[in-house]
Design a protein around this ligand. Structure first.
Ligand code: PAF
Length: 284
């Protein structure tokens, strides 16, 4: 089956219904396009684990706040279509904003306290927009599995909680962060970095991974690990804004007082105008 590009939710349902009735499993990979090797690794997992894979490309207006980068978000539709076709995707769902949000759209998922922490403290309406659009995509596609990247760990935690608490019949799958050779997590937003900014951008991952190593040592505490990461970031003049950095409980995203079992080391920094996030999970 060669890849179909469909724009309306009804067309996606009509294409999938006979397949699902025949017992074929569907994997969904939601994206905002400008696909990089990190997305493609996720697509490969879905193609391997399901009979059919649906990828979506939709730059979702409800997850961007005022003054954020919605209008200049990187786009490469032709390149994306080629990559998805070559990877064996069966259906590309590429709706317009009007297809997804009819006039007067007013229903949103209320995502609870984990959405107010970390990135949520700086992007207060972001996760309700993400949860709402992903709920819509899950309802349109009705996949057996949906795939997300670990770089957006908080997003995954919120979406997994949503699916569990709202009894959505889907397995939410988290896929490892794919990195450039120097450690920088792949992200469509890396395209915003100037050459100079790009050369210093791995500082966030260096800080997170050094602190992760330290945290496994006998002497280290979450407070020491946080101080260590702050020092490393402070030493990089182009990383001029640290929005948050620290050690958190991977389930509640609360600040960790003590490292006893597992920890999420996570941070968001700005390099020039570009906001970068990353995280590392550590187990004792
Ligand atoms: O991670 C993303 O690209 C987006 O937040 C998602 C999950 C596609 C929802 O718009």
């Amino acid at each position: 089956m060669s890849m179909e590009v469909l724009r309306s939710p009804i067309m996606v349902r009509e294409a999938l219904f006979p397949q699902i009735m025949r017992g074929r499993s569907v994997g969904l990979v939601p994206t905002m396009g400008a696909l990089h090797d990190g997305h493609m690794a996720i697509v490969r997992d879905s193609v391997m684990e399901n009979d059919l894979t649906v990828a979506s490309i939709f730059v979702n207006p409800t997850q961007f706040g005022p003054g954020e980068d919605m209008d200049k978000y990187p786009r490469d539709v032709d390149g994306d279509i080629t990559r998805l076709r070559e990877a064996g995707v069966d259906i590309l769902f590429m709706p317009s904003a009007a297809d997804m949000y009819g006039e007067g759209f007013s229903t949103f998922i209320d995502v609870g306290p984990i959405a107010a922490r970390l990135c949520g403290a700086f992007r207060p309406t972001h996760f309700r927009g993400v949860a709402t659009v992903v709920a819509k995509l899950l309802n349109i596609v009705t996949p057996e599995r949906a795939y997300f990247g670990q770089k957006d760990y908080q997003q995954f935690l919120i979406l997994e909680t949503m699916a569990r608490e709202l009894d959505m019949p889907v397995d939410m799958v988290i896929c490892p962060t794919i990195r450039e050779g120097d450690g920088l997590a792949m992200s469509s937003r890396n395209a915003y970095l100037s050459e100079k900014e790009r050369s210093v951008a791995p500082v966030l991952y260096r800080a997170l991974s050094s602190a992760a190593e330290a945290l496994k040592g006998a002497e280290a505490s979450p407070a020491k690990a946080k101080a260590m990461m702050e020092d490393m970031l402070r030493a990089e003049p182009l990383a001029d804004e640290v929005q948050y950095i620290g050690c958190y409980d991977p389930h509640t995203l609360q600040w960790l007082e003590e490292f006893s079992g597992s920890a999420l080391l996570a941070g968001a920094i700005k390099i020039g105008p570009t906001r970068l996030i990353d995280n590392v999970l550590v187990w004792k």
